[in-house]
Each structure stands twice: as C-alpha cells, then as structure tokens.
Design a protein around this ligand. Structure first.
Ligand code: ADP
Ligand code: MG
Length: 597
C-alpha cells in the first residue's frame, strides 16, 4: 500500500485513544477542566456507568461564546502560550486535547456562560463533527455533557469492563479529587441517587470518612512536613490498618493525581518491617513543590511525572511518612525476634532449634524464617514459609500427615497462645489462627451439606457502610444469604441483619459485613466456589477469637478438640501456621541431653 496521510477522522480517533480509555478518563478530564476554571462546585452525573451519559457541571469562569469552537478543537488551550510555559505549568490541563478527543468518540455538548455575558452558548459535537454554536440561557459556568461514549468506535466498547468495575473507577477517581480539593464541593449522581457529596469546607478527614468509613478515617494518621521548597500533607494508615493490594496508595503532586512507582516505593520503605509481607497501607498524600521541579508532560494522561531531584523527593517522602508513623506506633511489647531471628537464611543461626512444623523431623524451617507474632490484625496474608503442611502432605500422599495427634491442654500464655502436649512433644497454638481454621472448616462443611443453621438476632442490627462498600456488599448479598446470614438493604448504604449463622452466634454482624467488603479485590474470576471460600475465610477471620483474649480452660479444651478434628489443622485458611511444634527430640538437644548439631 502506498503511504498516505491519515484522514483527520482516523488520526483524531487514534489520538483520542491515548486520553480517553474508559468513562473514568472522561470524568477525569472534565473534572480537571472544572478545577482549572476555578470552580467551587463540581457536579458529576453518570448513567449506565458512564456509557450512555457523563455530565460535568461547574460554576467556574466559563468559556466565551466566541471561543467555544476553539475549545473543542485539537491543540487549542487557554493554559499555555509558548513552549517555555511547559516547564512551569500551574494548571491541570495544558495539552488542549481532552475536549477534542472526547468529542471525536461521543456525542458531546458544551454549554457555557462567562460572567460578562448575559446569556450562554452551546456547541454540539457528534463524532468529531461540530455544529453551529447556538445561544441558550445558562448560569455562569460550564456544563459538558457526553452521551454514548465510543458509539462510533465499537472496538473500544469491547474493552470496557463490567458496569460495576467502570463505576468503581469513576468513584475512586472522584473521591481522590475530592480529597485533593477539600475546598471544592463535589457531588456525584448516578441516575437519581447521590452517591458522593462533599461539603467543600476544607475538612479532609470528613472526606476520608465518606471514602473509607468513619472507623478507618478516625484511625488515619496525619502527615505534615515541609523542607526547602517541598511540602507534604495528607494521611497514612497506621500499621494495623492494611490492604492486600496497592490500590489505596494515592499521591497527588501539585494537585494532580499521579501513579508514580518511585513514590510508592518511598512510601513502602517508610513502612519497612512494620507490615507483613503482601500487606499495603492506605494513604492519601499531597506533595507540593515548585512547578519547575516536576515535569508533567511525560504521558498523555499525565499520570506519570519526572522530578528534577528524584532522590531528594524520595527521601523527603520516606522520612516524613516514617516520622508520622513512629510518632503514633507503639513499640510492640513482644518482639517477633523472640522466636528465632528474622534474619536472612544465609546468616548463621542464632538459635539451634529445629522449628518443626510437620511430624517429620526432616521438615524444618530454615534459619529463623518462621516468625511468630504478626498479630491477626495484620489481616490475611499468604504466609510464605518454605514448608507448607498442605504442600508436604501432597508430596507425601498421606492425608494423615497434615493432621494433629490428640493433644493434652496445658494452658494459655499471653492470652494468645495455647500450650498443649502431644505424644511427640510440645505444641504452641495461636488461638486466633486456630479458631479461624475451625470456623472455616465447619462453615464450609455445612455449606457443602447445604445446611447452614442460622439464628435470628434478638434485635435486628442496622449497619451503615460507606457508599463504595455498600455497593460491593449489595453484590455479595446472595453469598451472605447462602451462608446463613439474613441481610437486606434497609436504606441508602444501610443494611439490616436479621440473622447470622449459628456458628457465629454472639459475633458482631457489623464485623461480618465489613469483612466482606473491605479489601475487596476486583475479581472477575468465574470460579464462584473459590470466591465463596475466600469470602467465607474472611468472615471467619473477623469473627474468630482474637489474640489477647483470655479463654476459660473449657474454651481452650474445646478449641483444641475442634482443631484435632480439622482436615488441615496446621494452617489458618489464609495459609499462616496455627501452631509450632517442638519435638521431644528438639527439647532434648536443647537441654544437652542429646548431641547438639
Ligand atoms: P486543556 O485543558 O489541556 O487546555 P481541553 O481540551 O481540556 O484542554 O480544554 C480546552 C480549553 O477549553 C481549555 O484550555 C479551557 O480554556 C476551555 N475549557 C474547557 N473546559 C472548561 C471549563 N469547564 N470551564 C472553563 N473553560 C473550559
Ligand atoms: Mg483539559
């Protein structure tokens, strides 16, 4: 084929693809335009997760009627004049691409009025073709209405995820902007329902509450530091509050949401050794610096940036976060070092103990890799032990291997561990992990038999969740009902729990619901059974007895008994060990009765 210039239609669709990937990208560009226009109120409406409608209305300075056509043209911007300006950009936009891009892949209308005009004007753009500007009555400000996104690019439509996922992307975007601009009032409406509303009174913690719920918002620690010409403000979660993914690490630089790997790693270094493997904090941090110290013109969506002094910023973030963290984090009274060091396997062993997990004395945990402590509050973690009882039993092909012998209760220590004697030595059992395992196996067994006995609550409990969480919970209602909960929607973001599975009698219904929605992975796995087991494990974790809870000796005995009857008593449903076994042999070596190695 000969070389030809692309038609303007094709080239603008190609360019649009860089900026407009999904409904949330439209919301982002329009919201940023509103903020650039100095809006104090930004009102966003969507329908069908933004597929059929996205409308962003603001009370900013507006666009003069004579400039409307230009506003929708490619590379037309009021925010930049010469190339030099690129190096000290103060606005969120500057590429002059968004409106043109959106207009080329949707049916868009821009209605706007500036203060000096006594009426407004409207421009319609359909698939990149603009019609004449018409006069209309309008308040001061701008309304951009985007209908039928990608109607003329069906290939793009196919890449959109489920409505839930697209909705979530929009919500998470707007809530982040709301956090970054606490003095602007944001409102999101979905159909007729208002799903997010902020006061615009500068109170960031209130917005955190709308985002994560009051409990979480209360716990978040404040960061505030200034150094040379950099400032960092915002919130980080204490080490007891974590997620299993990095999605809640939010950084804004000069009012712009960025996804910067280097900032994430600075942050995680600040938490170093304080979090368990695979756990991540929640953060919303806002960095401000001179515009010339950061190059935002690296990426079409401006999600990546380059810093002039990357190392300086990195260490500033790390130090500020660490400081905030240590100021609030009590030193744990029982150090994990108590049981063997956390040292790397290559280092010489400090304690000559074989921490046998299995019955088989060959299966030992190398060089202190096994760490005790790590309280349940750290949440679910895949425990990375070189020896995994389930794995080993598969290797040995003996199911009995993973079991435990009959145990004789000795007592409880630290209100957290149960000490027991077996025919082959001493067992230390983590009561929380053990109870989690017991609940989980009982629940799954009842579920397999399709008979989960449930018990009505004396008084139904009302649980209110943050909007995002309640949306997730609504999707999980069938799961809950299947597992012996009776939960129904009771109002906006509010649920009524009428009964709970008998197994959890006495447990907190609110805890159970929260367990289901926090940490929710965007999981589109078709393996329903797997998802159910995971959710069940999560509920069991929340309702299991905690470390630090004194148990009567009856309770200790029955826990041991239940554990003996489990199929995989040696790990909790999340893979952490429930017990440590000290063999008689090990004890004898330790006491010098047998030749030490
Ligand atoms: P950019 O934001 O990069 O300048 P856009 O295509 O997003 O490019 O917008 C083009 C121009 O239209 C902007 O420079 C601005 O002058 C004007 N504009 C867009 N949205 C608004 C708005 N909500 N209020 C006022 N002016 C706007
Ligand atoms: Mg813009």
């Amino acid at each position: 084929m000969p070389i030809r210039l692309l038609s303007s239609e094709v080239s603008s669709q190609i360019a649009a693809g860089e900026v407009v990937e999904r409904p949330a990208s439209v919301v982002k560009e329009l919201t940023e335009n509103s903020l650039d226009a100095g809006a104090k109120n930004v009102s966003i409406s969507v329908a069908d997760a933004g597929r059929t409608l996205i409308e962003v209305a603001d009370d900013g300075h507006g666009i003069p009627a004579g400039e409307l056509e230009l506003a929708a043209a490619r590379h037309a911007t009021s925010k930049l004049i010469q190339s030099d300006d690129l190096f000290h950009i103060q606005t969120l936009g500057f590429r002059g691409e968004a409106l043109a891009s959106i207009g080329s892949v949707s049916q868009m209308s821009i209605t706007s009025r500036v203060e000096s005009a006594n009426e407004g004007a409207r421009l319609k753009v359909d698939g990149g073709i603009a019609s004449k500007v018409e006069k209309v009555g309008a308040p001061i400000g701008t309304v951009v209405r985007v209908e039928n996104l990608f109607y003329n690019v069906p290939a793009r439509l196919k890449f959109l995820k489920t409505d839930t996922t697209e909705r979530r992307a929009i919500d998470s975007l707007v809530t982040r902007y709301a956090l970054a601009y606490p003095n602007v009032r944001f409102k999101v409406t979905d159909g007729k329902q208002v799903t997010l509303q902020t006061a615009g009174d500068g109170d960031r913690r209130a917005i955190l509450a709308a985002l994560y719920g009051v409990d979480v918002a209360k716990q978040m620690l404040e960061v505030m530091a200034t150094e040379e010409n950099m400032t960092i403000t915002g919130f980080i979660s204490p080490v007891s509050l974590t997620r299993s993914n990095r999605r809640e690490l939010t950084f804004f630089i000069n009012g712009r949401w960025v996804q910067e790997i280097s900032l994430n790693s600075a942050l995680l270094q600040a938490y170093h050794t304080l979090l368990m493997v695979g756990r991540y904090p929640l953060t919303a941090l806002f960095l401000d610096m001179a515009p010339e110290d950061v190059d935002v013109n690296v990426h079409p969506t401006k999600a990546e940036v380059r810093f002039r002094a990357q190392d300086k910023i990195f260490s500033f973030v790390q130090r500020s976060v660490r400081k905030a963290l240590l100021a609030y984090t009590p030193v744990p009274s029982v150090s994990p070092q108590l049981w063997g060091s956390r040292s790397t396997p290559s280092e010489p062993r400090t304690v000559g103990i074989d921490w046998s997990i299995g019955h088989d004395s060959q299966l030992t945990v190398e060089g202190g890799q096994l760490t005790v402590g790590g309280d349940d509050e750290f949440g679910e973690t895949s425990y990375q032990s070189p020896v995994n009882s389930e794995q080993s039993s598969a290797v040995n092909g003996q199911s009995s291997f993973a079991g435990v012998p009959l145990l004789r209760l000795i007592g409880q220590i630290g209100s957290t561990y149960i000490v027991a004697e077996g025919p082959d030595g001493l067992y230390l059992i983590d009561q929380h992990a053990a109870h989690e395992r017991v609940l989980f196996e009982k629940l799954m067994a009842q579920h397999d038999n399709k008979s989960i006995p449930s018990q009505s609550l004396l008084a139904p409990e009302i649980v209110t969740l943050p909007p995002q969480s309640s949306k997730i919970l609504l999707e999980q209602l069938p799961f809950l009902n299947k597992f012996g909960f009776e939960v129904e929607e009771f109002g906006t973001n509010t649920f009524q729990v009428r009964s709970m599975p008998m197994l959890f009698a006495g447990g907190s219904p609110a805890m159970a619901l929260k367990a289901l929605v926090e940490d929710f992975e965007e999981d589109e796995s078709p393996l329903q059974a797997e998802v159910e087991a995971r959710l069940a494990a999560r509920v069991c974790k929340r309702l299991a007895v905690k470390g630090g809870q004194a148990l009567t000796s009856e309770e200790q005995k029955s826990l041991l008994n239940d554990l003996e009857n489990c199929q995989s008593p040696r790990t909790c449903p999340h893979g952490r060990p429930t017990m440590i076994h000290l063999t008689v042999d090990t004890l004898e070596r330790q006491f010098g009765r047998k030749g030490a190695r």
